[in-house]
Design a protein around this ligand. Structure first.
Ligand code: SF4
Ligand code: FES
Length: 239
């Protein structure tokens, strides 16, 4: 006897859909072609519901719910975009923009334009500024562009690499991604697989070659900064 998959039926943006129990609202909405913006969500990493830009309205409830982690419920009515949802997304984007350099985050820039975010809404807001970490031959880390989406931490941990080189340092507004005890990457457990760079939605993590080209480095300078110096062969040891 085969186990029947339990399903739930709900209405999303006026259309009825039946999905397996446990399906998130984001997955169901995407099946229907509804566009729900995401920042912290990535197909390859575990959803943690951190950025809240994916919030949707369920049954006109008191609180909006994050579509990337909220499971579909039977007989509910979901609106992925209405006035409340738009206002909430706009405010989140405006707050993010007030603290973080989003100039190299094209998807977030597109959201800001779509939701008509006011880039001057919080004048004088404290910026999350960090020195650029240039401590290895493979990539640079510029956490002033980091939106704390957690994707790099997840992909470095149980979602893919099982290396656990990244976590966060400090607390509150000063929270930032860091190695344990903030040691340079070369002294951490990092194996330089590059998966963190691949999932980063902003310019916070960038291949060193790309970064060097953007800085106007010559090829020689790039070569020197991305390769280890050749080891000298001890002529006595040649035998
Ligand atoms: S460095 Fe990139 S991937 Fe990591 S938390 Fe920041 S924005 Fe997300
Ligand atoms: S994409 Fe859902 S909370 Fe970030």
């Amino acid at each position: 006897m085969t186990d029947r998959v339990k399903t739930v039926t709900l209405t999303i943006d006026g259309r009825t859909v039946t999905v397996p129990e446990g399906t998130t609202i984001l997955e169901a909405a995407r099946q229907l072609g509804s566009d729900v913006p995401v920042i912290c969500y990535h197909e390859a990493t575990t959803s943690n519901g951190l950025c809240r830009v994916c919030v949707v309205d369920i049954n006109n409830g008191r609180l909006l719910q994050p579509a990337c982690v909220a499971a579909c419920q039977d007989n509910t009515t979901v609106e992925t975009r209405n006035e409340r949802v738009e206002r909430s997304r706009r405010t989140i984007l405006e707050m993010l923009n007030s603290a973080v350099d989003l100039s190299q985050a094209p998807e977030i820039q597109a959201m800001m334009s779509d939701y008509q975010a006011d880039t001057g809404r919080f004048p004088g807001a404290k910026r999350r500024e960090q020195p650029i970490h240039d401590d290895n031959s493979f990539y640079i880390r510029d956490y002033s562009q980091c939106v704390l989406c957690w994707r790099c931490v997840q992909v470095c941990a149980e979602d893919a690499q099982y290396t656990f080189a990244l976590n966060f340092g400090e607390r509150g507004f000063d929270t930032h991604i860091s190695t344990a005890f903030d040691v340079p990457m070369t002294e951490s457990s990092c194996v330089f697989c590059g998966q963190c760079v691949g999932v980063c939605p902003t310019g916070a993590l960038k291949p060193k070659i790309q970064w060097g080209l953007e800085q106007g480095w010559s090829l020689d300078e790039i070569r020197k900064s991305t390769r280890r110096p050749k080891r000298r062969v001890n002529s006595d040891a040649k035998g």
